[in-house]
Design a protein around this ligand. Structure first.
Ligand code: HEC
Length: 95
């Protein structure tokens, strides 16, 4: 009885961190990219507003490409992964 009380939180914590780790990319680098290339048109409030548009990881990736086309910045696959990871971990929390 006591054992399952002790084990449950450990299992819960482990499964959460495994999920976050399955996304490729580097969130810290994503934040740097975001601050450098993305804040000229909007700040992070677009991601937290109540009626935000993005509903999935695919949608997030697509929107990053749409925004990329509006800028002079060209993002490589690694950079897009970093941005997806940063925005997902910080705001969207899609699985
Ligand atoms: C040239 C201006 C511009 C730049 C630069 C820009 N965006 Fe955007 N972004 C927009 C506009 C416009 C919207 C749509 C706002 C709306 O629909 O109300 C948007 C919306 C978004 C959304 C959707 C927010 C939501 O959940 O509703 C994401 C995600 C996003 N941008 C990511 C980025 C990233 C990452 C970058 C940097 C690579 C970036 N944007 C740079 C103009 C820009």
């Amino acid at each position: 009885m006591l054992k399952s009380f002790v084990l449950f939180p450990i299992v819960a914590v482990l499964s959460v961190s495994t999920q976050a780790a399955t996304l490729p990319g580097d969130a810290a680098n994503g934040k740097k990219l975001y601050d450098a290339s993305c804040t000229s048109c909007h700040n992070d409030s677009v991601h937290t507003r109540k009626d935000h548009k993005i509903k999935s990881l695919e949608g997030l990736t697509e929107q990053i490409h749409n925004c990329e086309h509006m800028t002079d910045v060209t993002l490589g696959k690694t950079q897009v992964n970093d941005l997806v990871k940063y925005l997902n971990e910080t705001y969207y929390k899609f699985k």
